[in-house]
Design a protein around this ligand. Structure first.
Ligand SMILES: Nc1ncnc2c1ncn2[C@@H]1O[C@H](COP(=O)(O)O)[C@@H](O)[C@H]1OP(=O)(O)O
Ligand SMILES: [Mg+2]
Ligand SMILES: [Mg+2]
Ligand SMILES: [Mg+2]
Length: 304
């Protein structure tokens, strides 16, 4: 199978394993919280172990592919029980889009967020948490895998906990379906733990009927895909490439759009700076309307 398909097939299995690690750490009660850059930039044992699971598992199978993860390696010996080397059969049976069939190792960067929504994880907003593995080819997000370890956790004992979604631009997405949001109101989603004046001003400018302040970039793009929100607006620099690569690819595969707040495409080549300094805007429709509403003062402060 072509490299991109094998990478996605491996990432689906690895993301499921990482999702199980995220649940196990929470069940253990030993979150091992470390402040990276103040109380709103945390790392837990789940971030560390899930990162090890993903980066070690993928780098052993794809030694020539560049893999960039959010967390620093711990330097401890690798826990072999965290490794996952199976390939998802569901992925291997699709036909790879023509333009991605002959991609070479050196054209690829894999962007890994082992746990997106760490702040919310430590506060028990468990469905805000996702595991994100994005595949970029020549600087563009082309494929993504999202595992949501606590999907359905409020649905009662009969419900299956957790889900995995994946998509390839030009092919489509699996494990998640596009649903249309209400036509009679405008619902905007944004950060709950990283807000500031720029965020507030830009949200107000969109004249929303409702604002969903929730955690996680992956989670918010899922709200847009599944019609719970019309737009995800984040007009400040805190989001990084590993936050957006996988969600962007899946949204794009389903016909949506993710750009910075000026309408520029995000870049994902290996030398790019990690912060999305131009902010994030994700929509299904009326993307240009949201861009046009963005205040000039916010645009001047949030430059790509
Ligand atoms: N100021 C920030 N400092 C650190 N991480 C941030 C910041 N703003 C956003 N992020 C990352 O982007 C994600 C989406 O932002 P938010 O949840 O605030 O909407 C966060 O869950 C966090 O990812 P992570 O949890 O993987 O560190
Ligand atoms: Mg983080
Ligand atoms: Mg993140
Ligand atoms: Mg993270």
């Amino acid at each position: 199978a072509p490299l991109v398909l094998r990478l996605v097939a491996a990432s689906v299995s690895v993301a499921e394993k990482a999702g199980a690690i995220v649940r196990n750490v929470f069940n253990s009660g030993e979150l091992g919280v470390v402040e990276k850059d103040g109380k709103n930039d945390l790392q837990t044992q789940a971030d560390r172990s899930a990162q090890e699971c993903i980066v070690q598992s993928l780098s052993r199978q794809f030694p020539k592919v560049t893999i960039i993860g959010e967390e620093e390696p711990t330097g401890e010996t690798v826990d072999e029980s965290h490794l996952e080397t199976r390939l998802s059969e569901e992925v291997l049976k699709v036909v790879c889009p023509q333009n991605l069939q002959s991609v070479k190792d050196e054209d690829v960067v894999v962007w890994v967020d082992p746990l997106d929504g760490t702040k919310e994880y430590t506060e028990g907003f468990l469905d805000h948490v996702t595991v994100l593995i994005g595949v970029a080819v020549n600087g563009k997000a082309v494929a993504g895998v999202i595992n949501q370890p606590y999907y359905n956790y409020k649905a009662g004992p009969g419900a299956t906990l957790g889900r995995t979604m994946w998509g390839i631009v030009g092919l489509g997405a699996f494990g998640v379906e596009r649903l249309v949001p209400p036509a009679d109101k405008r619902i905007v989603t944004t950060t709950r733990s990283h807000s500031n004046k720029l965020v507030t001003e830009s949200i107000e400018a969109m004249q929303p009927d409702e604002v969903l302040r929730v955690g996680g970039a992956g989670h918010k793009v899922l709200l847009v895909i599944e019609g719970k929100a019309h737009a995800y607006v984040f007009a400040t620099p805190g989001c990084k490439k590993w936050d957006t690569c996988a969600p962007e690819a899946i949204l794009h595969a389903l016909g949506g759009r993710l750009t910075d707040i000026h309408g520029n495409a995000l870049q994902y080549h290996r030398d790019v700076k990690h912060p999305n300094t131009g902010g994030v805007l994700a929509t299904y429709s009326d993307h240009d309307w949201y861009l046009s509403r963005m205040p000039e003062s916010v645009k001047a402060a949030v430059k790509p």
